[in-house]
Design a protein around this ligand. Structure first.
Ligand SMILES: CCCCCCCCCCCCC/C=C/[C@@H](O)[C@H](COP(=O)(O)O)NC(=O)CCCCCCCCCCCCCCC
Ligand SMILES: Nc1ncnc2c1ncn2[C@@H]1O[C@H](COP(=O)(O)OP(=O)(O)O)[C@@H](O)[C@H]1O
Ligand SMILES: [Ca+2]
Length: 581
């Protein structure tokens, strides 16, 4: 349906300069005029990126206040992209321009038309948000970040928010699962990947409850979630924010939330036998990343640095683990983890994913759903099996870029294509593994190593090799342990790992901790699932295309976005090479 665009055009003043300002349905433009009425520079702001309009000369920080109201002035706030951003994504800032009209009538007309345009052209903006702050995330700045940087912007945009400062782990998840959410358009977390994961589990769980679907049945197609999730980064890794926005910056994220941006995200479900263990969006990792997480939990007091310290310790302990990996390859015609592309805002691979996942007719959708099922092997293609000793086995549904690794675990992975990338690092000499790790910090290709394989997949299973009886017993012990809460089968996030670390009954864990100070090497590692230790070694994972939506739009392509060395051998061709998109 075409909506009649709002139009208004007049001569206005900004400071001492005269401008021709025009509001069409989609854009607000103002062009400086010289004395002979010739056009000079034009500023153009899409209506969808206007944050608010106020009468008078208004400022927002440190508090919203009207500096002066002469009856003829109004202030427009909008998204302004900062040139001093990171090379990986654009920083957004609050732009502000104060206009002066020749008359009060004209001022009122501008105010009215701008507000109508905002209502008409930004229907997906949130009006009411439920905000969870983890006061202990990252450098423990969550509360301050929210109140000083984010709340004033929400107020300016007319968003009302209900704020919950969490007092315990899993409070945010339980709140979303159990409380009345009527009237909320979205949920927001202020913290790291851990509190985000709580929101993810709450939103997915609640949606399945309402749809009458069992999350424990690995063969069903889960219902995608309408309630959007926003992330204000204030954690240690903040990988989900970095990989979906391109920067970890609270103001940028707040502005994406205000304008109601929407980024679908693939989610991986992790099952053990017939029970859901957890969901993941970034990393499901065994071996190195599992060991780093287990070790880092003992050094939480170090804050975000705990990962670097533990990374070095685990690297020096030089471990590899036996296992059997099975995976279901995705259609290699559509994309590949080594095609040297980047998933950027408006990504065509993800758009095609949307068409495949949600074709318009309901009949077609259910046909596709059965095609997508991990367990219907008829149309699926074949499972592939790899057995051996591995330094690291990682599955990621997106690039998992973060400040530590700005291109991520899998630089060409897509946020919303319905697939994940399985990275298999076979056992190798220490220098080889260090090269692999180090390449995560540069534009060099970490997959271009003889002991590394990467596959684009729809599902993965991991088991211990047959004949490792000792390990199987251990695995049985873990299953009996469970790590589940009294509410039944819902996994307990930190309950399980607290159990592992504090009581030390988990043998792999005990071996691991012991292994750092004595020579006995452990035979099993643990799984790191978005920063949580899983209570099982044998798991099966399935990617659910576009299961949730974030208030984000993917990474906007700053001119300097670094990319990999291209296949012609150019180093650092930084997007100029034709092979890069
Ligand atoms: C030699 C330098 C090597 C740098 C290797 C960097 C790899 C970075 C991969 C990052 C993957 C991120 C996936 C996201 C995981 C998060 O969900 C999750 C939870 O985050 P939260 O605490 O904010 O809630 N974070 C994590 O599990 C942390 C994983 C971080 C691993 C960092 C490893 C650093 C390794 C340093 C090795 C140093 C070797 C030195 C040898 C002398
Ligand atoms: N009030 C709280 N007390 C203790 N733990 C909490 C609280 N709120 C959230 N958590 C848990 O803290 C863990 C880490 O939180 P997160 O926000 O990811 O910070 P970080 O990035 O520093 O790890 C998560 O597992 C989350 O569930
Ligand atoms: Ca994906």
């Amino acid at each position: 349906m075409d909506i009649d665009p709002v139009r208004l055009e007049s001569s206005l003043w900004v400071g001492k300069k005269r401008y021709r300002a025009a509001l069409t349905g989609w854009h607000l433009n103002w062009t400086e005029l010289d004395k002979k009425n010739r056009d000079k520079k034009t500023v153009s702001v899409p209506v969808s990126e206007v944050i608010g309009v106020e009468e008078g000369r208004v400022q927002v920080l440190p508090q919203m206040s009207v500096a002066e109201d002469t009856d003829r002035e109004f202030t427009v706030f909008y998204v302004k992209r900062s040139s001093s951003g990171s090379p990986y994504g654009l920083l957004w800032r609050l732009g502000r321009t104060q206009f002066c009209c020749p008359s009060r009538d004209l001022r009122d007309q501008w105010m009215t038309q701008l507000r109508i345009a905002l209502k008409t052209h930004s229907p997906s903006r949130p009006h009411r948000l439920l905000v969870f702050i983890n006061p202990f995330g990252g450098k423990k700045q969550g509360r301050q970040i929210y109140h000083s940087l984010v709340a004033p912007l929400f107020e300016l945009a007319g968003i009302s928010s209900h704020v919950v400062v969490t007092e315990r782990a899993n409070q945010a998840r339980d709140h979303i699962l159990k409380k009345d959410l009527t009237g909320f358009d979205g949920v927001v977390c202020v913290g790291g990947d851990g509190i985000f994961s709580e929101l993810l589990h709450g939103v997915i769980g609640r949606t399945q409850q309402e749809a009458g679907l069992s999350e424990h049945d690995p063969s069903i197609t889960l219902q995608s979630c309408d309630l959007h999730i926003g992330i204000i980064p204030a954690g240690s890794t903040d990988c989900v924010c970095f990989a979906t926005v391109g920067v970890n910056d609270p103001v940028t994220s707040a502005l994406h939330i205000i304008i109601g941006d929407s980024q679908p995200l693939d989610v991986c479900s992790v099952h053990h036998c017939s029970s859901l263990v957890r969901y993941s969006v970034s990393l499901v990792g065994y071996g190195f990343y599992g060991d780093v997480l287990a070790e880092s939990e003992r050094h939480r007091w170090m804050g975000p640095l705990r990962y670097d310290y533990s990374g070095a310790m685990v690297y020096l302990s030089n471990r590899s683990y036996a296992g059997v990996i099975q995976y279901l390859p995705a259609d290699s015609q559509l994309s590949s983890p080594r095609d040297n592309t980047r998933c950027l805002s408006g990504c065509s691979v993800c758009s095609k994913g949307t068409e495949r996942l949600f074709p318009h007719s309901p009949g077609a959708r259910s046909l596709y759903s059965s095609h997508f099922s991990q367990f219907s092997s008829d149309t699926e293609g074949e499972w592939v099996s790899v057995e051996g000793r591995f330094r690291a086995v990682s599955l990621t549904c997106m690039s998992s870029s973060c400040p530590r690794s700005p291109l991520g675990l899998s630089p060409s992975a897509h946020l919303a294509d319905g697939t994940g990338d399985l990275i298999i690092v076979r056992d190798t000499h220490p220098l080889g593994f260090l090269t692999f790790l180090h390449r995560h910090t540069s534009t060099q290709d970490q997959f271009d190593l003889p002991f590394v394989d990467v596959h684009r997949v729809k599902a993965v299973r991991f088991s211990l090799p047959t004949g490792e009886e000792e390990d199987r017993d251990e695995e049985r012990e873990r299953v009996n342990d469970g790590g589940m809460t009294e509410e039944g089968k819902r996994p307990s996030r930190s309950g399980s790992h607290k159990h592992l670390v504090e009581r030390g009954e988990e043998r792999g864990q005990k071996d691991f901790l012991c292994g750092l100070c004595c020579s006995k090497a452990p035979t099993v590692s643990v799984w790191n699932c978005d920063g949580e230790i899983l209570p099982h070694t044998e798991i099966s994972c399935k990617v659910h295309g576009q299961l949730v939506r974030l208030y984000a739009r993917g990474i906007e392509n700053g001119s300097a976005t670094p990319t990999r060395k291209c296949q012609d051998g150019h180093r650092n061709c930084k997007g100029r090479c034709v092979l890069n998109n």
